[in-house]
Design a protein around this ligand. Structure first.
Ligand code: BDP
Length: 720
């Protein structure tokens, strides 16, 4: 169901109940016209269930601003007949009608707002922007006020998709109440592949999904395509996402069968006009599992032939298929090492098959086989660094932001800056596996900003992760950022209304890894909650502090891995998993009579040496290691004096306490907004904050009680 149609069909439950409560037929007959009137009126009331995301386009009520917008946008010309151009036309006409209350139909003679490409619009062609647009590429655009042409505003790009991106940018200016009468905006994405990874399973469940089921209805496809897919594509286009991996990295080879390829093709045709390509997570053992072969050995010529034939078939059915994402030799997924081959052999096998079609391979570096190194986080670097330069040109290595696994805080993975000849693609986790699922308000923009701003020193100073990923440090030919999606069938898409901010921020950071978390949160807040500073300031404040608050009550001072088995929601710092040592919380926490934390210095697992100087020295020294990473790199004695002057045990207790009190503050700040936002969304967030505050206390109490069994020191007053 499309966003608009969903709202129109919404029935007010109170009214429905009221109608049933009228017992007498004649009363009903008398009241019928009145009831009908009420029902009709309410049918147009919008359900504030969060389904409109940041694309709300509520009427602008600030009248001087409204006047100036109305004067600037008096007509609309979107030329071109492609599906994308039709979308631009409908999107603009409907958004401007809602925002400005005026109907601007497409006037081919030219109007005050002109959108298109030099190919589709004679007017834009006459502006001679070709050189500039070429430099910006097919996804870049300019938005410019032409002084000499009666202040006409032009949104121009080389391609319709770029024009669509420009359109959403322009609308964002209106949604966030920015001036539009003198624009000169030149935009181009800093990263080529901006992809959402869906860990969606065949049975409709989503691995680490906390917002309902998968949006892809395999049973109905390809015959019926859910309207919501269009809404999903539209939301992604509005933030510049240009790819979706449809299935879980723990992949089912069924997705590669002809039957499923046709279903996937139906999804691809909905996504196409929004600039989104589909990708699949490929199961490396597919030749054996669905191809009837006896081996999946990457060096076997028949296996190579099988992949070539399969890939040719895929492109016949989905001509603009993006390529494969692969999890190999990790957590029971098969891979080239099953046959004594390397990750490069495996990746190149698929890359060769995809290369003639322009497809790519995103090969994950999330591997941690125990025989490589006793410290789990040393393993991926040790496996992949020696393979640098051995991958074909259409392969990217996709690495999680940290070396462990999407913890609330990790230093950047040392693979960023280690691979010089192989493009490294960043994998972020938008879904909050280790960050309170869809119950806790944690804005991830600040985490991603910290990550991207980290200096790898891989080519001297200012070799930030952002610049590595953008291909500026080592001149990568392809660049990419992936995000593990947090979307599902919940009406509000992401379970928690503030989870939408993370989807939004992912798009903005993928487009420009050098984005500012604060600016992004402000944009999102204005579009989602309103422009009143009395809303914007407190909400941005809540968001900006939220990740640090979460870190304080979950993994203060560089702790990691303290989570319960499998679910990764609640604390269980002493958990020992009989299946694997490195799935045990106790393995990471390393609590003992002396202290707490994992010694990764030169006297420990020597992980510090995977970083370029001066980081190796900085992390190695107790006094030079940033406190936020202390327990990640050091085993710290309970009595150790900290920067605050407090002994470590006291510092640890106070960090947990701080987290709990900050969560409470956040709840209080939200309560102050009662009446300033609609009741439905206010209540939904308030309910979640209640859970969060309770959980924060549980985290503090469970962790401190466990650590106390080693520290043998008193808990601060007031604790259990
Ligand atoms: C871990 C998740 C697991 C994923 C795995 C991965 O717990 O569900 O399959 O990462 O990224 O974070 O492959």
């Amino acid at each position: 169901m499309s966003i608009n149609s969903a709202e129109k069909t919404f029935q007010n439950p109170t009214l429905v109940r009221a109608r049933h409560a009228l017992p007498l037929r004649n009363i009903f007959t008398n009241l019928f016209p009145f009831i009908l009137f009420l029902l009709l009126t309410c049918a147009n009331t919008q359900a504030e269930d969060g389904s409109r995301l940041w694309l709300r386009f509520d009427p602008i009520e600030n009248s001087p601003l409204l006047q100036s917008y109305r004067q600037t946008v008096t007509g609309l010309t979107v030329e071109g007949t492609s599906e994308t151009e039709k979308i631009i036309q409908t999107e603009l006409a409907s958004a401007l009608k809602n925002l400005l209350g005026q109907n601007l139909s497409n006037s081919p003679e030219g109007g005050k707002l002109i959108v298109g490409t030099p190919e589709s619009s004679a007017l834009i062609a006459r502006l001679k922007l070709d050189k500039e647009l070429k430099r910006l590429g097919p996804e870049g655009y300019v938005i410019r006020t032409l002084k000499e042409k009666n202040k006409t505003t032009v949104i121009a790009s080389q391609s319709p998709i770029g024009a669509l991106y420009g359109t959403f940018y322009f609308l964002r200016l209106l949604q966030t109440h920015q001036p539009i009468e003198d624009l000169n905006i030149v935009e181009k994405p800093k990263v080529k592949l901006r992809v959402l990874d869906h860990w969606d399973n065949l049975d409709g469940t989503i691995e680490r999904g906390y917002a309902g089921k998968t949006l892809w209805n395999w049973k109905e496809l390809p015959g019926k395509v859910d309207q919501r897919l269009k809404d999903y594509a539209r939301a992604n286009a509005s933030i510049g996402i240009n790819g979706s991996v449809l299935n879980n990295v723990n992949s089912n080879p069924i997705f590669l069968t002809e039957e499923y390829l046709h279903k996937i093709a139906a999804i691809a045709s909905v996504f196409r006009p929004y600039g989104i390509k589909v990708y699949l997570a490929a199961n490396f053992a597919a030749p054996k599992k669905i191809g009837g072969m006896t081996t999946s050995d990457p060096l076997d010529p028949q296996v190579a032939e099988w992949w070539k034939t399969k890939v040719d078939e895929i492109y016949k059915i989905i001509p603009d298929f993006g390529g494969f994402l692969v999890k190999a030799n990790s957590e029971n997924q098969s891979g080239p090492q099953d046959y004594g081959r390397t990750h490069a052999d495996g990746a190149n096998l698929l890359a060769k098959a995809l290369q003639p079609h322009g497809g790519i391979v995103m090969w994950r570096s999330f591997v941690y086989n125990a025989d490589v190194d006793p410290d789990r986080i040393n393993r991926a670097y040790k496996e992949f660094k020696p393979l640098d330069g051995k991958f074909l040109k259409n392969v990217l290595i996709q690495s999680k932001n940290g070396a462990l696994d999407f913890q609330p805080r990790e230093p950047f993975s040392p693979l960023f800056g280690a691979l010089r000849k192989t493009p490294l693609m960043a994998e972020l986790q938008v879904t909050q596996e280790y960050l309170g699922h869809s119950n806790h308000l944690v804005y991830l923009g600040t985490m991603w900003e910290e990550f991207f701003k980290s200096d790898t020193y891989s080519k001297g100073p200012y070799s930030t992760v952002a610049r590595v990923v953008e291909g500026k440090v080592f001149k990568y030919q392809i660049t990419g950022v992936a995000g593990v999606a947090n979307t599902g069938t919940d009406r509000n898409w992401t379970g928690h209304l503030f989870g939408q901010a993370n989807w939004y921020a992912f798009g903005r950071f993928a487009w420009n890894p050098e984005s500012s978390a604060k600016e992004v949160s402000e944009e999102w807040t204005r579009m989602t909650w309103g422009n009143d500073p009395q809303l914007v300031n407190p909400i941005v404040g809540m968001m900006m502090g939220s990740r640090e608050t979460y870190v304080n009550y979950v993994t203060p001072l560089g702790l990691s891995g303290v989570f319960e088995k499998d679910l990764h929601y609640a604390p269980d710092p002493g958990m020992v998993d009989p299946r694997r040592e490195d799935w045990s919380a106790a393995y990471y926490v390393r609590a003992d009579e002396k202290g707490l934390g994992f010694n990764r210095t030169l006297t420990g697992s020597r992980n510090v040496n995977q970083y370029h100087p001066p980081l190796n020295h900085r992390f190695n020294g107790f006094s030079t290691c940033p406190e936020k990473f202390l327990l990640w790199f050091h085993h710290v004695a309970w009595g150790q004096k900290m920067k605050s002057g407090k002994p470590f045990w006291e510092e640890l207790c106070s960090r947990y306490d701080q987290g709990v009190s900050e969560a409470g503050e956040c709840q209080k700040n939200w309560d102050l907004l009662k009446g300033k936002v609609d009741g439905e969304r206010f209540g939904a967030v308030a309910d979640k904050l209640k859970i969060q505050v309770e959980d924060a206390k549980k985290w503090r109490d469970k962790c401190l009680l466990y650590f106390q069994t080693f520290s043998h020191q008193p808990l601060p007053a007031g604790k259990p």
